[in-house]
Design a protein around this ligand. Structure first.
Ligand SMILES: Nc1ncnc2c1ncn2[C@@H]1O[C@H](COP(=O)(O)OP(=O)(O)OP(=O)(O)O)[C@@H](O)[C@H]1O
Ligand SMILES: [Mg+2]
Length: 270
Protein backbone atom coordinates (compact mmCIF):
# COMPACT_ATOMS: atom_id res chain seq x y z
CA UNK A 1 0.00 0.00 0.00
CA UNK A 2 1.47 3.34 -0.88
CA UNK A 3 1.73 5.97 1.80
CA UNK A 4 -0.53 9.02 1.68
CA UNK A 5 2.64 11.03 2.24
CA UNK A 6 3.90 9.99 -1.14
CA UNK A 7 0.89 11.66 -2.74
CA UNK A 8 1.36 14.64 -0.45
CA UNK A 9 4.98 15.19 -1.36
CA UNK A 10 4.13 15.07 -5.05
CA UNK A 11 1.69 17.96 -4.58
CA UNK A 12 4.75 20.09 -3.93
CA UNK A 13 6.69 19.33 -7.07
CA UNK A 14 7.17 22.54 -9.06
CA UNK A 15 4.83 22.80 -12.01
CA UNK A 16 3.23 25.65 -13.87
CA UNK A 17 -0.31 24.45 -14.49
CA UNK A 18 -3.56 26.25 -14.53
CA UNK A 19 -5.33 23.68 -12.35
CA UNK A 20 -2.74 24.03 -9.61
CA UNK A 21 -3.26 27.78 -9.32
CA UNK A 22 -4.01 28.99 -5.82
CA UNK A 23 -5.70 32.35 -5.38
CA UNK A 24 -3.60 34.57 -3.12
CA UNK A 25 -4.18 38.19 -2.13
CA UNK A 26 -0.92 39.56 -3.50
CA UNK A 27 -1.16 37.61 -6.75
CA UNK A 28 -4.80 38.65 -7.14
CA UNK A 29 -3.83 42.29 -6.92
CA UNK A 30 -1.05 41.84 -9.49
CA UNK A 31 -3.34 39.88 -11.76
CA UNK A 32 -5.90 42.68 -11.78
CA UNK A 33 -3.18 45.24 -12.43
CA UNK A 34 -1.86 43.23 -15.35
CA UNK A 35 -5.28 42.64 -16.82
CA UNK A 36 -6.33 46.27 -16.57
CA UNK A 37 -3.01 47.43 -17.99
CA UNK A 38 -3.68 45.36 -21.07
CA UNK A 39 -6.59 47.67 -21.81
CA UNK A 40 -4.40 50.74 -21.69
CA UNK A 41 -2.56 51.98 -24.76
CA UNK A 42 0.70 50.56 -23.44
CA UNK A 43 2.98 48.69 -25.74
CA UNK A 44 4.93 46.65 -23.28
CA UNK A 45 4.18 45.43 -19.79
CA UNK A 46 6.79 44.05 -17.51
CA UNK A 47 6.14 41.26 -15.04
CA UNK A 48 9.09 41.26 -12.76
CA UNK A 49 10.31 39.55 -9.57
CA UNK A 50 12.73 37.14 -8.02
CA UNK A 51 12.85 33.51 -9.14
CA UNK A 52 10.11 31.42 -7.60
CA UNK A 53 7.69 34.24 -6.79
CA UNK A 54 4.96 32.99 -9.14
CA UNK A 55 5.47 34.98 -12.37
CA UNK A 56 5.10 32.04 -14.73
CA UNK A 57 2.08 30.87 -12.79
CA UNK A 58 0.42 34.28 -13.19
CA UNK A 59 1.27 34.52 -16.87
CA UNK A 60 -0.20 31.10 -17.45
CA UNK A 61 -3.42 32.12 -15.69
CA UNK A 62 -3.62 35.31 -17.71
CA UNK A 63 -3.37 33.32 -20.90
CA UNK A 64 -6.08 30.82 -19.98
CA UNK A 65 -8.43 33.52 -18.74
CA UNK A 66 -8.11 35.69 -21.82
CA UNK A 67 -7.68 33.23 -24.63
CA UNK A 68 -11.38 33.07 -25.46
CA UNK A 69 -11.90 36.81 -25.55
CA UNK A 70 -8.63 38.22 -26.92
CA UNK A 71 -6.13 37.51 -29.63
CA UNK A 72 -3.48 36.24 -27.31
CA UNK A 73 -0.41 34.01 -27.72
CA UNK A 74 1.68 32.48 -24.99
CA UNK A 75 5.39 31.73 -25.37
CA UNK A 76 6.01 29.63 -22.32
CA UNK A 77 9.60 28.77 -23.13
CA UNK A 78 11.89 31.39 -24.63
CA UNK A 79 12.68 30.99 -28.31
CA UNK A 80 16.30 31.90 -28.52
CA UNK A 81 16.85 31.78 -32.24
CA UNK A 82 15.81 35.06 -33.78
CA UNK A 83 14.81 33.34 -36.96
CA UNK A 84 12.56 30.93 -35.14
CA UNK A 85 11.12 33.63 -32.92
CA UNK A 86 10.11 35.77 -35.88
CA UNK A 87 8.65 32.78 -37.62
CA UNK A 88 6.50 31.94 -34.60
CA UNK A 89 5.35 35.54 -34.24
CA UNK A 90 4.46 35.71 -37.92
CA UNK A 91 2.65 32.40 -37.84
CA UNK A 92 0.63 33.54 -34.84
CA UNK A 93 -0.31 36.85 -36.45
CA UNK A 94 -1.10 35.47 -39.89
CA UNK A 95 -2.51 32.08 -38.80
CA UNK A 96 -0.47 30.55 -41.56
CA UNK A 97 2.27 27.98 -41.43
CA UNK A 98 5.64 29.18 -42.68
CA UNK A 99 7.99 26.62 -44.23
CA UNK A 100 10.97 25.65 -42.04
CA UNK A 101 13.57 26.91 -44.48
CA UNK A 102 11.95 30.26 -45.09
CA UNK A 103 13.28 33.34 -43.33
CA UNK A 104 10.81 35.98 -42.22
CA UNK A 105 11.50 39.41 -43.62
CA UNK A 106 11.27 41.66 -40.58
CA UNK A 107 10.43 44.82 -42.52
CA UNK A 108 7.60 43.02 -44.26
CA UNK A 109 6.33 41.85 -40.89
CA UNK A 110 6.35 45.43 -39.55
CA UNK A 111 4.58 46.62 -42.65
CA UNK A 112 1.95 43.95 -42.28
CA UNK A 113 1.41 44.95 -38.66
CA UNK A 114 0.94 48.59 -39.65
CA UNK A 115 -1.60 47.57 -42.28
CA UNK A 116 -3.87 45.99 -39.67
CA UNK A 117 -3.62 48.87 -37.23
CA UNK A 118 -6.93 49.69 -35.62
CA UNK A 119 -8.41 46.45 -36.86
CA UNK A 120 -6.69 44.00 -34.59
CA UNK A 121 -4.88 44.01 -31.30
CA UNK A 122 -2.61 41.09 -30.62
CA UNK A 123 -1.09 40.19 -27.28
CA UNK A 124 2.02 38.10 -26.81
CA UNK A 125 2.95 36.73 -23.42
CA UNK A 126 6.68 36.04 -23.25
CA UNK A 127 8.11 34.19 -20.29
CA UNK A 128 11.80 34.11 -19.29
CA UNK A 129 12.84 37.22 -21.23
CA UNK A 130 16.12 37.57 -19.40
CA UNK A 131 17.27 34.94 -21.89
CA UNK A 132 16.44 36.94 -25.00
CA UNK A 133 19.26 38.74 -26.75
CA UNK A 134 19.43 42.49 -27.01
CA UNK A 135 18.89 42.34 -30.74
CA UNK A 136 15.74 40.30 -30.27
CA UNK A 137 14.47 42.67 -27.59
CA UNK A 138 14.98 45.50 -30.05
CA UNK A 139 12.79 43.71 -32.59
CA UNK A 140 10.16 43.16 -29.93
CA UNK A 141 10.23 46.89 -29.25
CA UNK A 142 9.88 47.74 -32.93
CA UNK A 143 6.94 45.39 -33.22
CA UNK A 144 5.26 46.94 -30.21
CA UNK A 145 5.83 50.40 -31.70
CA UNK A 146 3.36 49.51 -34.44
CA UNK A 147 0.72 49.54 -31.67
CA UNK A 148 -0.81 46.44 -33.15
CA UNK A 149 1.15 44.04 -30.98
CA UNK A 150 1.44 44.26 -27.22
CA UNK A 151 3.93 42.30 -25.23
CA UNK A 152 3.89 41.12 -21.66
CA UNK A 153 7.52 40.51 -20.85
CA UNK A 154 8.52 38.39 -17.88
CA UNK A 155 11.92 38.88 -16.35
CA UNK A 156 13.49 37.63 -13.21
CA UNK A 157 15.41 39.70 -10.84
CA UNK A 158 18.84 38.59 -9.68
CA UNK A 159 21.22 40.09 -7.16
CA UNK A 160 24.13 40.91 -9.37
CA UNK A 161 22.36 42.08 -12.45
CA UNK A 162 19.98 45.01 -12.61
CA UNK A 163 18.44 43.78 -15.80
CA UNK A 164 15.77 46.44 -16.13
CA UNK A 165 18.44 49.08 -15.82
CA UNK A 166 19.70 48.00 -19.23
CA UNK A 167 19.06 50.59 -21.87
CA UNK A 168 16.63 48.61 -23.99
CA UNK A 169 14.38 47.99 -21.01
CA UNK A 170 14.69 51.34 -19.32
CA UNK A 171 13.65 53.61 -22.13
CA UNK A 172 10.40 51.93 -23.10
CA UNK A 173 6.99 52.94 -21.94
CA UNK A 174 5.46 50.29 -19.84
CA UNK A 175 3.83 49.33 -16.65
CA UNK A 176 5.84 47.31 -14.17
CA UNK A 177 4.09 44.66 -12.15
CA UNK A 178 6.33 43.32 -9.46
CA UNK A 179 5.84 39.95 -7.81
CA UNK A 180 6.99 39.79 -4.21
CA UNK A 181 7.60 36.90 -1.88
CA UNK A 182 4.53 35.75 0.02
CA UNK A 183 3.73 37.00 3.50
CA UNK A 184 3.42 34.39 6.22
CA UNK A 185 -0.38 34.65 5.90
CA UNK A 186 -0.29 34.04 2.16
CA UNK A 187 2.14 31.19 2.60
CA UNK A 188 -0.24 29.55 5.03
CA UNK A 189 -3.09 29.88 2.54
CA UNK A 190 -0.89 28.54 -0.23
CA UNK A 191 0.12 25.42 1.71
CA UNK A 192 -3.36 24.75 3.08
CA UNK A 193 -5.14 25.19 -0.22
CA UNK A 194 -2.72 22.97 -2.09
CA UNK A 195 -3.30 20.19 0.40
CA UNK A 196 -7.04 20.65 0.76
CA UNK A 197 -7.51 20.68 -3.02
CA UNK A 198 -6.12 17.16 -3.14
CA UNK A 199 -8.21 15.94 -0.22
CA UNK A 200 -5.72 16.26 2.63
CA UNK A 201 -7.74 18.49 4.90
CA UNK A 202 -6.84 16.47 8.01
CA UNK A 203 -3.12 16.75 7.48
CA UNK A 204 -3.52 20.45 6.65
CA UNK A 205 -5.33 20.94 9.95
CA UNK A 206 -2.43 19.39 11.83
CA UNK A 207 -0.31 22.36 10.84
CA UNK A 208 -0.52 25.13 13.43
CA UNK A 209 0.35 28.81 13.20
CA UNK A 210 3.75 28.19 14.73
CA UNK A 211 4.49 25.54 12.09
CA UNK A 212 3.72 28.00 9.31
CA UNK A 213 5.96 30.54 10.99
CA UNK A 214 8.69 27.95 11.16
CA UNK A 215 8.30 27.08 7.47
CA UNK A 216 8.31 30.78 6.62
CA UNK A 217 11.48 31.34 8.64
CA UNK A 218 13.31 29.02 6.23
CA UNK A 219 11.65 29.73 2.90
CA UNK A 220 11.00 33.46 3.38
CA UNK A 221 7.81 33.21 1.40
CA UNK A 222 9.41 31.97 -1.79
CA UNK A 223 7.05 29.47 -3.44
CA UNK A 224 9.72 27.37 -5.10
CA UNK A 225 11.68 27.10 -1.86
CA UNK A 226 8.48 26.24 0.00
CA UNK A 227 7.72 23.49 -2.51
CA UNK A 228 11.18 22.05 -2.02
CA UNK A 229 10.88 22.18 1.73
CA UNK A 230 7.45 20.57 1.92
CA UNK A 231 8.48 17.92 -0.57
CA UNK A 232 11.34 17.02 1.76
CA UNK A 233 9.12 17.13 4.85
CA UNK A 234 6.66 14.65 3.33
CA UNK A 235 9.47 12.52 2.00
CA UNK A 236 10.66 12.05 5.57
CA UNK A 237 7.07 11.53 6.73
CA UNK A 238 6.73 8.81 4.11
CA UNK A 239 9.81 7.07 5.41
CA UNK A 240 8.54 6.99 9.00
CA UNK A 241 5.10 5.98 7.85
CA UNK A 242 6.59 2.97 6.13
CA UNK A 243 8.97 1.86 8.88
CA UNK A 244 7.38 2.91 12.17
CA UNK A 245 4.03 4.50 11.50
CA UNK A 246 2.82 3.98 15.10
CA UNK A 247 5.22 6.74 16.13
CA UNK A 248 3.55 9.33 13.92
CA UNK A 249 0.94 11.47 15.61
CA UNK A 250 -2.24 12.07 13.66
CA UNK A 251 -3.08 15.15 15.73
CA UNK A 252 0.01 17.26 15.62
CA UNK A 253 2.41 17.93 12.84
CA UNK A 254 5.84 16.63 13.73
CA UNK A 255 8.19 19.44 14.67
CA UNK A 256 11.00 16.91 14.59
CA UNK A 257 10.36 16.12 10.93
CA UNK A 258 10.14 19.82 10.09
CA UNK A 259 13.56 20.18 11.66
CA UNK A 260 14.99 17.12 9.95
CA UNK A 261 13.92 18.51 6.58
CA UNK A 262 15.48 21.87 7.43
CA UNK A 263 18.69 20.04 8.27
CA UNK A 264 18.61 18.02 5.09
CA UNK A 265 18.21 21.18 3.03
CA UNK A 266 20.92 22.99 4.95
CA UNK A 267 18.64 25.67 6.42
CA UNK A 268 19.94 24.74 9.86
CA UNK A 269 23.02 22.92 11.07
CA UNK A 270 23.57 20.50 13.91
N1 LIG B 1 -0.45 31.33 -7.22
C1 LIG B 1 0.12 30.13 -7.19
N2 LIG B 1 -0.63 29.02 -7.09
C2 LIG B 1 -0.10 27.79 -7.05
N3 LIG B 1 1.20 27.55 -7.13
C3 LIG B 1 2.02 28.61 -7.23
C4 LIG B 1 1.53 29.95 -7.27
N4 LIG B 1 2.59 30.78 -7.38
C5 LIG B 1 3.68 29.99 -7.39
N5 LIG B 1 3.35 28.68 -7.32
C6 LIG B 1 4.27 27.52 -7.24
O1 LIG B 1 5.59 28.00 -7.14
C7 LIG B 1 6.42 27.51 -8.18
C8 LIG B 1 7.29 28.65 -8.69
O2 LIG B 1 6.49 29.63 -9.33
P1 LIG B 1 6.83 30.19 -10.79
O3 LIG B 1 7.41 29.11 -11.62
O4 LIG B 1 5.61 30.87 -11.30
O5 LIG B 1 7.95 31.25 -10.39
P2 LIG B 1 8.67 32.33 -11.32
O6 LIG B 1 8.50 33.64 -10.63
O7 LIG B 1 8.20 32.20 -12.71
O8 LIG B 1 10.21 31.89 -11.20
P3 LIG B 1 11.40 32.10 -12.29
O9 LIG B 1 11.80 33.53 -12.24
O10 LIG B 1 12.49 31.20 -11.79
O11 LIG B 1 10.88 31.67 -13.62
C9 LIG B 1 5.47 26.95 -9.23
O12 LIG B 1 6.01 25.80 -9.83
C10 LIG B 1 4.23 26.61 -8.45
O13 LIG B 1 4.33 25.29 -7.97
MG1 LIG C 1 9.14 31.52 -14.43
Amino acid sequence: MSSQYETLKNIFIDSVERDAYVELESAKYNYKLLESSLDKPLKMLLLFGRPGTGKSMLLNKLYHNLKESREIFYFEAPILSEKEFLRDITESISSQKIPQNMRVNFDALLKYCRSIKGKREIIFLLDECQLYSESLMEKIRLLSDTRVVKFVITLHKTDNEEIIAKEHFKTRIWEVVEMKSATVEDLEIYIRKKMVKKGFMEVANMLRKKDFKYIYSHTLGNFRETNKYLYTVFDIYQYYDEVESHKLSTKRFSKKILEMAALRLGYIHE
